[in-house]
Design a protein around this ligand. Structure first.
Ligand SMILES: [Zn+2]
Length: 532
């Protein structure tokens, strides 16, 4: 979920800007949206078999083609299985035959080995080949940046549909809207504005926390934004200018919300869970009532503490579950029975569960399969590194009305870590514990440990446990060393900046807790986090 929806290299940027008028010209309506979802639900099996035929069996690069081959499952066999058993039971049988990819295999971090044979796979082999072909004709045969551009524009168009559905379910379609969006890495906020502009829910305000990459200082970035806005105006859409709002000035946003609620009785705020908590706390501090405000967020799970902090302001919070690689997988139930209760997007995906044991315990991992040919990737039993509860339940909300009756809730990650809307794979932190901290302060990797937990107000904190016998001098040095060691990628720089400015990392002098074996011992989740 960290990849920007908007490209940043100069050439791809020009292509992106040129594509904006075309993206926005024909608005997406609610009627279109409901018709598309119902139609896809009615044709699930048919769509899945066509997608498998065209994007897996006919694609020599597809890792799933090789896996199906090894399992002895030809297209005709798949058709028979799906028609006899239904999609989900057929997927369960395929999983048992080795047709799946783990999260590490999907990311290219582990070789794909089945039955003693290694399958040569690059992460790009999971990309949707149809999208690549469509892009080639769209961009006149150019490659590289142009491909990226078309993919980004398609992602915005695809996600607009999910937005209409989710806003409609929560009664905030066409309500006054604003966003408080991180600059990750630099233009992502514009992607959100465009997504909602596609269905003409034009944001009134665009708030943005300060970024490590020079907002609002950089003239180049300001010019880039001006160009994107000018392109939107060509399609008759006027987007709001970025207003930089610091993490401790959430009251500015709470005031906008309170004003919008006075005007129209309802409002929508796009902000991640931690930011939503900041806005809710600021509202209470300044005596503002946020009843009627809906926060829509992704990325981070809303734990009970966070959900309570938001509810106490009168606002509601709802998640959108998914990632940029897999696509959007679910929208928060409007009659939720837990803070992460989402309606699974069964019109585009299938999900099955597979029991897995790690240091985090034994949980039902979620494996996803794409049913329609328009996703960013093609997946067949792909492990997302998440686990959770899957159930069919009648809740009476509008998602159910359109036919989406499968719920997915209490979703947690096996090895990813979220804080203030940013997600780091734990591997990046293991390096800090194994190498960086012992080299700088002494002791061994067993003297250090990261604990992800929530503070009393609901903010996610990363606590570094340091054995008491290690002489660290000033605790601030440990925090600084951690932030400096996250790496030099754009994402790592931005994460360090955010964690630094929100004081998300703290030190505790206590012996690391023994929780299991291997790497995961270095990172534990506090018991404050709800486990299913
Ligand atoms: Zn519902």
């Amino acid at each position: 979920m960290n990849r920007s929806a908007v490209p940043t290299s100069a050439r791809s940027f020009v292509g992106f800007v040129a594509g904006i008028p075309g993206l926005l010209r024909r608005p997406l309506t609610l009627d279109d949206t409901l018709r598309i979802v119902r139609d896809r639900l009615a044709r699930r099996e048919e769509n899945f078999l066509l997608t498998a035929e065209e994007l897996i069996y006919a694609n020599p690069r597809s890792p799933f083609r090789r896996l199906l081959e090894l399992a002895g499952c030809e297209l005709g066999d798949l058709r028979v299985m799906v028609r006899a058993d239904g999609i989900e039971r057929a997927l369960g049988k395929l999983r048992a035959e080795g047709v799946y990819v783990s999260f590490e295999e999907f990311k290219g971090r582990a070789p794909l080995v089945r039955g003693g044979r290694e399958i040569d796979v690059r992460p790009s082999d999971f990309a949707n080949p149809r999208q690549r072909r469509a892009i080639r004709s769209l961009s006149g045969g150019s490659t590289g940046p142009a491909t990226q551009v078309a993919r980004d524009l398609m992602q915005i168009e695809r996600d607009a549909l999910v937005r209409v559905l989710t806003y409609w379910a929560h009664g905030v379609l066409d309500a006054p809207t604003a966003s408080w969006r991180l600059g990750l890495p630099s233009h992502e906020g514009v992607g959100q504005l465009l997504e909602d502009a596609k269905h003409r829910q034009i944001h009134e305000r665009w708030f943005s926390p300060p970024s490590a990459f020079g907002f609002p200082a950089s003239a180049r970035n300001r010019l880039a934004e001006e160009l994107m806005f000018a392109a939107a105006r060509v399609a008759g859409v006027r987007l709001p200018r970025r207003e930089v709002v610091d993490y401790d000035r959430a009251d500015v946003i709470a005031r906008w919300a309170s004003d919008a609620l006075r005007r129209e009785g309802r409002a929508l705020m796009r902000a991640n869970v931690s930011q939503s908590v900041r806005i809710a706390l600021a509202a209470r501090e300044h005596g503002l009532d946020l009843t009627g405000l809906v926060f829509v967020a992704g990325a981070e799970p809303a734990t009970p503490t966070k959900a309570r902090a938001i509810a106490e302001s009168g606002a509601r919070h709802t998640p959108v579950y998914g990632s940029s690689e897999i696509g959007k997988l679910g929208g928060g139930c409007a009659a939720a029975n837990s803070s992460n209760d989402s309606h699974f997007f069964s019109h585009t995906h299938a999900v099955i569960q597979h029991r897995r044991t790690t240091a985090a315990g034994t949980h039902d991992a979620l494996l996803f399969t794409t049913l329609t040919p328009d996703g960013p990737t093609v997946l067949l039993n792909a492990d997302s590194d998440d686990y959770g509860v899957v159930e069919t339940r009648s809740c009476g909300c509008r998602f159910e009305e359109v036919g989406l009756t499968l719920h997915i809730r209490d979703v947690f990650s096996f090895s990813k870590l979220s804080g203030d809307g940013v997600t780091m794979v734990a591997d990046d932190l293991f390096r800090v514990i194994e190498d960086v901290l012992p080299a700088r302060f002494g002791g061994s990797m067993f003297d250090y440990q990261f604990v992800e937990e929530e503070d009393e107000r609901g903010f996610t904190r990363l606590t570094v446990l340091v054995s008491p016998h290690i002489d660290i001098g000033d605790e601030a040095d440990v925090v600084q060393t951690v932030l400096n060691s996250l790496g030099s990628t754009k994402l790592a720089t931005e994460v360090a900046h955010i964690w630094g400015s929100t004081a998300a990392v703290r030190v505790q002098r206590t012996r690391p807790r023994i929780v299991g074996r291997g790497k995961h011992e270095l990172l534990v989740r506090s018991s404050l986090r709800r486990e299913p």
